[in-house]
Design a protein. Sequence first.
Length: 453
Amino acid sequence: MTVDYGVTKAVHSYPRELVDFLNEHWEDPDVSGEVLFREEDGQPDMLPKQDILEQLISTCYQSSLMREEERSVNFRLILREPERFVPEEGPPEGFHRLLFTAPRSFSEYELRRISPAVDFYRALIGIRIHPAEGLQIWGMVYSGPRWIHSIFGGRKISRPLPPSPVIHVIGPGRINVYRGSVMVASLNGGQINAPSMDIFNSGWIAESFADARNDFIETHQNFRNRASRPWANLETNFIRTLAKQVVKRIINTIRNSRHGGTIVYLPPDQAAELCCSNHYMTVKYQFGEEEPRKRFRTLMVKIMNTFAEIAADEENPEKHVGWNDYVNTTSENIAILDESLFEFAHLVAGLAAIDGAVIMSKRHEVLGFGAVISGDIDKVETVAKALDIEGVVTVQVRSEEVGTRHRAAYRLCHELHDALAIVISQDGTVRVIKWHNGQVTYWDQVPGGVLGY
């Protein structure tokens, strides 16, 4: 049941509100159900006292508004005593701690000066609380770049950060706060968001692409039945997780282009009709109906077959394997197929570089690009902003508050109730739009956050 709170006006949040949010939600369980930290990392660290936390967040916020020799001030930092890092470790499997001979003061000016030397993708600034002096910069921690795959999408895994307060300063007024490697909250454009809004974990998304998954499974089963020896069984969520990684790569590649773009997913029968003359859109560049536009399906089935075959165990014919087994496999064939799948993601992202939407079927066929959504279809005055991943709780907002990309997607989803649109703005924000519970509804997808976004 949708709860409607009426049309709302923007109320901006700043460091103090973010501190209040962190105090309230720091101990919340991870709503996605994923493992937060490895067992040896122990329980999450407590937040510092109110005045220290306010100083920490406020100083990071102020530094985000500064520039260092015409460069934006971007960095990651971790609040953790240096003694709690193992000195002998280093990336890619550990953390390389570098301790200053004398600590530096914690201020926005010091953060501005040191940030160019602490590569955002590979290192963090180390912070501690001195009993008498308060917050201090004690050195830096090199983590390596593998952590970024959890945001961009990818098969490489990295050791999670220890469960201490971690802050990413990713742009002017843009701060993400983590408990180790798990985001607790982000402050972006004066709005506080929580990671529970990763709608790719929602039930309705899974239902939207159920036909594609069933097709993959049926085709895979046909190959399995013809195999000369038993294959390992793939866990239920493996296909969904792999597909989600590809979509994340598409979205984040478009985000990093700083051009923005729109991707529209349509049911296969509807997609075929819309590529002809229709009332809803004009697709300038269309692809022929042949195997290359079904590349995603081909690669997914090949990965499923190859993975199930190489993971087989003759002594355990009922063996089940899943995502963790996949990311840890050393098979060269899997590595090549995985790279091919992510090259497909870059292909789709590249199509969004010109004006107009990329049109795909919900079976992940690339049908065309440069699609212009008709301005003749009815305008949508208000839409529902979802406050949870299933769109149960919403507030009404005016459609005029966003740009032409978003309004065009609103109109299309108002007319075609089975359509799903993903709109990526030039500033890197991501919005997923669909007809849901009797109205056009959107979700602001909260990514982990990367440099510049």
